[in-house]
Unconditional design. Sequence first.
Length: 236
Amino acid sequence: MHRVVFARPLVPGSKVELTREQSHYLVNVLRMKEGEQFIGLDQEGKAFVLCLDTNGKGTVLFPRAEADNEPDFAVSLYVPLLKGDKLDWVVQKSVELGVSSIRLYSAQRAVVKEGNLEKKIARWEKIALEATEQCRRQKVPPVRGIYTLEEVAAAGPGLFAWEEEANRGLQGWLQAHPKQNLLLLTGPEGGLAAQEATLLKDAGWSAVSLGPRILRAETAAIAMLTCVMFAWGAMG
Ligand code: SAM
């Protein structure tokens, strides 16, 4: 059944407005007819069965018991602004993989300016919402930021991928640590500066290598998250 996330609480017996886009998708793309059922999710991730109504509305029928598809540990991913539409891809894929939140931060060697960020964050939030509906998650991961690296460091400790780390690999770190809530960070296209790595380390963050090859910034973010999800059993 198709899933739609609503901004307002869902109460059995009440009607809820679909956005024009949601209504277009259900009626024109999926060709659903009036009276057909779909799943509505509220902001807390609770699921309800709804019935498609006239004039782009849905009637909330009853709560739906469903398997919890959220990982049982929370992973927040800190990423810098990236060129072009690369962050669109990172947001979409990280939501599919089970990220809990996506947090943007300012990096010295980021090549993208921070202008017009509000509009961009709104776009990434929409991508996160659509990915949540598509991959059958219950909760929409928020996209927040932009944080300074000092703020990131203070939010830790966490784990950051550093291309200059020679001694400790991600696999070894994951094998040595039990499943837990975790902050992950990957660097910008230009890499993390040594002072940035020091700032993180001084705040208790651990640097890890992702192997001998240098991954593109967007690949590194998704590869690191995938490894964590796989190692701690969130990928089947
Ligand atoms: N400009 C850097 C260079 O040429 O060495 C590469 C930066 S890389 C494109 C972007 C980010 O991905 C890095 O800051 C790091 O967080 C992560 N990354 C990529 N490959 C990595 C690796 N093999 N080990 C650890 N981190 C890696």
